[in-house]
Design a protein around this ligand. Structure first.
Ligand SMILES: [Zn+2]
Length: 731
């Protein structure tokens, strides 16, 4: 994963887990397979990473691969890559597209292939050896990257090609490739003086160090900040199994006979809807929001203050007023103004809706207290989930378990997800059993194009296991490019509990929609039709979730649903009334979910838009967070932000100034769904258009233009407001 945070800490805005596919933007990480064995090959003849896989589509030789193969491949790969860069800069010929840009595209194959396979396996099936390799090589890879992007002679050649890019007979994709290389080197500091480059390296190194400290603090404190209660009676409302878990958690802390409620990383905590004891709810909530700012050894406010300062310094070195301006210049949004405009339009509607929901909850509190003959109280953050659950039961009478018998996993995949893709795109699927697997619980399919030719190989890896990280995501083992003559090998991952041997795997509705979502990422990969490896699925962060969100629309499309939602024993179709109840209940609480997400997005933008002289000191971070919420009109105390700054890991990692990306993608998604619905829905013409204009293009064209090419217009915010039930919110 190039964005491990994105996937590991993926937010679940709509109940489905989002993930980010691998790919990304640095030239030496271009997605190319190993081809020619380097000179060390004779010493590594048993190492499958040193040769191009002879399997179909260069499918990895998982059966021959051992953990001890990675380090030699990484070392040899970095050395080979540096030799290739030397060869590019030392040649006497004048810089040309071929001898510089294409040479870069052809470099680093051994390294990028080994890294890609390693990252995928470390995410889906890790072990101690793989964790150690990851820790040891992360800093080495960072330094390797700096050695390339800050190489002045390499940049001179890139700039020379860049300056003549429109006059040397390149097509649009070639021109864009030159521009992307040039811009990514510039954004990495290639144009700076030697002194500034040295300072930038220091900033990068210190930022990486602080980022690691921040994550370690978050992890350690979340483990330490469990709420301890003395009696099982205080946990009234939790199930027997949950109470037993709390007892075991206390025991493991040396607190025999007591109960420990452990926390998750978000502000909201899972037991809050269940706990009948209001003061225990309050303790859980207060323990959650205090994390990272308690003045103990895990206090992150000092780290936040220093990181913000370093980021502004880096932005200024690179010619931007703020770190948000630097980040957003390279996103679909394009500017601070565009992001502020969108968030500013969503916020009032979301808060108004949350306040409306809050009024319903307050009314229930008042009624209940009156019935008990006790004084009422004001709705607080620790009451929200608890009374929401009561309203849901009272008004919707819905139980997720009733739907599960209609969603048998293989049936959902083959007669739902694949069926929709066949209807839309004419592609077909056939399971194969001859290829090696990295884990027995994976299914491998050939994907055939509409003319019957091979398009891709797809790996489906559905089950949770201790060696697999949480969430759901897509990745690729082989990228597609015309230059390399490669076709994609892509995979989808989920964390579905594996039933006992002989039992069917029955899914929740969320797991079903997640399956459609992840396959939307897979389609983005397997339809890729780009000339250069650099462009394979290489799109901005605020665009990447867009194709996957669009594909979710087919999960409950009537003809698709009718094809797969059948009782696993009787074959009877899913009753419409059941689906209607589910849909009705899922819209309730949308005001809360949008508000807590937007509040966190607003904090992220506010902190990263501050100029150098307005940055908070460590002791001012929490007050600055409060000011950010107030300035945005998001200071509705009953709905706190989804993450508070000292445990907001996204913004210390890859989502700094970019947490808005999820909802930006959703704006594009909502517009696209509206367009498809208005133009006949599930039909080949629409699928072909989506494939032709958007899914096949990867990063070979400007992302915003891809959207416009498909829908024929600029994105509007109204479809999203409608989708989230925010359009009718009272002011
Ligand atoms: Zn996703």
């Amino acid at each position: 994963m190039k964005h491990p945070l994105a996937a590991a800490l993926a937010i679940a805005l709509t109940g489905t887990v989002m993930a980010v596919p691998t790919t990304h933007a640095t030239p030496q990480e271009a997605n190319v397979p190993a081809q020619n064995p380097p000179s060390t090959a004779d010493r590594n003849q048993d190492n499958p990473l040193f040769v191009q896989s002879p399997l179909p589509l260069q499918f990895p030789q998982f059966d021959k691969l051992k953990d001890e193969h990675f380090a030699p491949a990484f070392d040899a790969g970095m050395a080979e890559n540096l030799r290739e860069i030397d060869a590019i800069v030392n040649q006497r010929s004048m810089p040309t597209f071929e001898n510089t840009i294409i040479a870069l595209e052809n470099s680093g194959k051994l390294l990028s292939n080994a890294r890609r396979i390693f990252a995928n396996l470390n995410g889906t099936d890790t072990n101690d050896a793989r964790k150690d390799i990851n820790n040891a090589y992360s800093p080495k890879f960072a330094a390797h990257r700096d050695a390339i992007v800050l190489n002045p002679r390499l940049f001179q050649r890139i700039e020379a090609v860049y300056n003549q890019r429109n006059d040397i007979g390149l097509d649009a994709e070639g021109i864009r490739l030159v521009e992307r290389y040039h811009d990514s080197f510039v954004r990495s500091g290639a144009k700076l003086s030697d002194a500034d480059k040295a300072r930038l390296k220091e900033i990068n190194a210190r930022s990486a160090e602080l980022g690691t400290q921040f994550s370690n603090n978050v992890l350690d404190e979340v483990n330490d900040s469990a709420v301890i209660v003395d009696t099982a009676a205080e946990l009234d409302g939790m199930s027997d199994a949950q109470i037993a878990t709390a007892a075991a958690a206390a025991k493991s802390r040396g607190l025999d006979g007591k109960y420990a409620i452990t926390l998750l990383n978000t502000t909201g905590q899972p037991p809050l809807p269940q706990l009948n004891n209001r003061s225990v709810r309050q303790r859980v909530h207060e323990a959650s929001v205090a994390r990272g700012s308690r003045g103990n050894q895990w206090d992150n406010t000092g780290i936040v203050a220093e990181v913000l300062k370093l980021r502004v310094e880096r932005a200024k070195l690179l010619g931007y007023d703020s770190s948000a301006a630097f980040v957003l210049a390279d996103e679909t949004a394009g500017s601070v103004q565009a992001v502020n405009d969108m968030l500013g339009r969503l916020a009032p509607a979301a808060v108004a809706n949350a306040r409306k929901e809050g009024a319903v909850l307050q009314a229930m509190i008042d009624r209940e207290q009156a019935a008990k003959g006790e004084p009422t109280f004001q709705l607080e953050p620790w009451d929200w989930a608890y009374y929401t659950e009561k309203v849901r039961k009272a008004e919707y009478d819905f139980d997720d378990n009733e739907m599960k018998p209609y969603f048998e996993m293989r049936n959902v995949l083959e007669n739902g997800v694949f069926h929709a893709a066949t209807e839309l795109y004419g592609i077909t699927f056939k399971e194969r059993h001859d290829l090696p697997k990295y884990h027995a619980d994976t299914w491998i399919y050939d994907v055939f194009d509409k003319d019957g030719s091979q398009l891709s190989i797809f790996i489906f890896d559905p089950y949770a296991r201790p060696s697999k990280r949480g969430g759901a995501w897509m990745n690729s083992y082989v990228g597609q490019s015309e230059l390399e003559g490669t076709l994609p090998v892509v995979a989808n991952h989920q964390n579905i509990p594996k039933p006992p041997e002989g039992e069917p795997t029955l899914l929740t509705w969320d797991e079903v929609t997640t399956m459609f979502h992840e396959f939307g990422h897979a389609l983005h990969g397997l339809f890729s039709d780009v000339k250069y490896p650099y462009f394979f699925m290489n799109v901005p962060r605020d665009f990447v979730e867009f194709p996957s969100q669009v594909n979710e629309m087919w999960a409950d499309w009537p003809s698709v649903l009718a094809n797969y939602a059948k009782h696993y024993q009787t074959g009877e179709p899913l009753p419409q009334a059941l689906l209607d109840k589910k849909m009705a209940s899922s819209l309730f609480n949308e005001g809360f979910r949008t508000t807590e997400y937007l509040s966190a997005s607003m904090i992220d933008q506010y902190l990263h838009q501050l100029p150098a002289d307005k940055l908070p000191a460590a002791g001012e971070v929490m007050a600055t967070e409060a000011a950010a919420l107030k300035a945005a009109g998001m200071d509705y105390a009953a709905v706190p932000p989804r993450y508070r700054t000292p445990y907001f890991s996204h913004i210390m990692g890859g989502y700094a100034a970019a947490y808005y990306a999820y909802i930006w993608s959703e704006v594009l998604d909502a517009n696209t769904v509206q367009w498809i619905e208005a133009n006949g829905g599930l039909k080949r013409e629409n699928g072909d258009r989506l494939r032709e204009t958007l899914l096949s293009k990867g990063g070979a064209k400007d992302a915003k233009q891809l959207f416009v090419d498909f829908t024929g217009s600029e994105p509007a915010i109204e479809p999203l407001l409608k989708k989230r039930g925010l359009d009718a919110a009272p002011q």
